[in-house]
Design a protein around this ligand. Structure first.
Ligand SMILES: Cc1cc2nc3c(=O)[nH]c(=O)nc-3n(C[C@H](O)[C@H](O)[C@H](O)COP(=O)(O)OP(=O)(O)OC[C@H]3O[C@@H](n4cnc5c(N)ncnc54)[C@H](O)[C@@H]3O)c2cc1C
Length: 411
């Protein structure tokens, strides 16, 4: 099979890039060795950030500057008025709350205005606050950053891109074949005993944490950093709620909500809790998370809530002192482009830049938007990865005691 571009890795970076390249008329396919979004994308909290979180110190950091256009761009795609049409994605909320635990001077509202963010926080009068925020003493704001269900976003891309997605074996499913010059001319794909050689003009490595291994195997070692998180899940009789608890310049807690298969609610707890939690065992983190919830959301009732935790790394291009990069990162080595979007929200930027590099630096022109490879008709498509609450094994009470499976309330 002959293509312009092979994309390796079907998280948000690879999928958005494939969609973008296909719409431009590139002959492109994507290969995935586990399930779409396995790793970071399916675990992400699904917030389309607009920069406020990165401006809490009162300065417009490079991150905030770069990201402020993203909510508008995503909103147009999610509502189906721009391509890619992502209107089948489940939106969990069109906005997030910001709240403070102490009655400090109104800081967040001023910041949004001063820093000229596109999405500015709007203060909410006490009577209009959701029940869960009624007893918080500080200011409460609404921030029009959408929160989406990452699994349904992945499902939406999977159906848009059917016919261009290929599942390969988890181990040894892909070999990058290169010339002495380092140019990758073909990729050999293996699945269940069969093999296909795909000749290509460029390769995009969008395999998240897997980029390190792929780059190493092809002699293009790039410095990558992993920033660990220990996330907490809480399921049971909880309201759908999305928000950041702000403490000074820090996000003390980020809460996002989704639905379990039985229709009940599950919360993901990130922010400082998850960054600091990497040093804690599951039971310890759960006790801390329950205390943080009780302190930051005094109206919450945790009596019937079950908790779990999981560990996950954010994979990024290495930057000085292990800080977070400000923007999507793409490194070119010959005809291989290795990318890390840094944020789910940055996926569109990442795709645009890859496409520009293909044209300007690799001189690969697009042209065939009708192309549909026959070879893929009977090749398996990758499934969408399971959400973290579907794969964790042990659930605990708020005091960190494991709950035997027959006594668990939700499933
Ligand atoms: C807990 C958490 C919460 C987050 N919340 C947010 C948020 O609210 N908003 C936001 O903007 N960002 C958020 N992020 C960041 C965001 O999730 C990531 O920046 C983004 O999902 C990275 O996407 P990716 O496509 O680069 O990688 P991944 O999603 O990790 O995808 C990589 C894919 O490559 C595949 N792969 C790996 N190795 C190979 C191989 N050898 N061959 C073929 N395929 C391979 C994997 O199976 C996977 O499907 C969060 C991250 C985490 C961890």
């Amino acid at each position: 099979m002959e293509v312009d571009v092979v994309i390796v890795g079907g998280g948000i970076a690879g999928l958005w890039t494939l969609d973008h390249l296909r719409r431009q008329g590139y002959r492109a396919v994507l290969v995935e060795n586990r399930a779409l979004g396995h790793g970071q994308t399916v675990s992400s909290q699904g917030i389309i950030h607009g920069g406020l979180k990165y401006s809490l110190k009162g300065v417009l950091t490079a991150s905030a500057d770069e990201i402020r256009e993203m909510p508008v761009l995503w909103r147009d795609c999610l509502s189906g008025v721009a391509e890619p049409n992502l209107s089948k994605t489940a939106i969990r909320s069109h906005s997030c709350y910001l709240w403070q635990t102490r009655a400090l001077a109104s800081q967040a509202g001023m910041l949004g205005a001063q820093l000229n963010l596109r999405v500015k926080p709007k203060e909410i009068p006490e009577a209009q606050r959701p029940e869960i925020l009624r007893q918080t003493p500080g200011h409460v704001y609404r921030l029009d950053e959408q929160v989406l269900s990452p699994a349904s976003l992945l499902e939406c891309f999977r159906s848009r891109l059917a016919g261009y997605l290929m599942k390969v074996d988890e181990a040894d499913g892909i070999s990058l074949e290169q010339e002495k010059s380092g140019q990758i001319n073909s990729v050999v794909l293996r699945e269940n005993g069969r093999e296909l050689t795909v000749h290509c003009r460029a390769v995009v490595l969008s395999a998240g944490a897997g980029n390190a291994l792929l780059s190493k195997e092809s002699g293009r070692e790039h410095a990558m950093q992993l920033r660990p998180l220990h996330m907490t899940l809480a399921r049971g009789p909880l309201p759908m709620f999305q928000g950041h608890c702000i403490d000074g310049a820090k996000t003390r807690l980020t809460v996002t909500s989704d639905y379990l298969r039985d229709g009940r609610t599950v919360w993901q707890l990130g922010g400082n809790l998850a960054e600091q939690g990497t040093k804690q065992q599951a039971d310890e983190l759960i006790r801390h998370a329950a205390a943080e919830l009780q302190e930051t959301l005094p109206a919450i009732d945790l009596d019937e809530v079950e908790f779990a935790t999981y560990r996950i790394d954010r994979a990024e291009k290495q930057v000085r002192l292990g800080l977070r990069p400000d923007s999507p990162q793409i490194l070119r080595h010959g005809n291989a482009l290795t990318c890390w979007p840094t944020k789910l929200a940055f996926a569109p930027r990442c795709a645009e830049r890859i496409s520009a590099m293909l044209k300007k630096e690799l001189r690969i022109e697009a042209g065939d938007d009708e192309w549909k490879p026959d070879e893929l008709a009977d090749w398996n498509m990758p499934a969408v990865a399971a959400a973290p609450w579907e794969t964790v094994e042990t659930w605990y009470t708020a005091d960190g005691t494991p709950i035997p499976s027959e006594l668990r309330r939700a499933s």
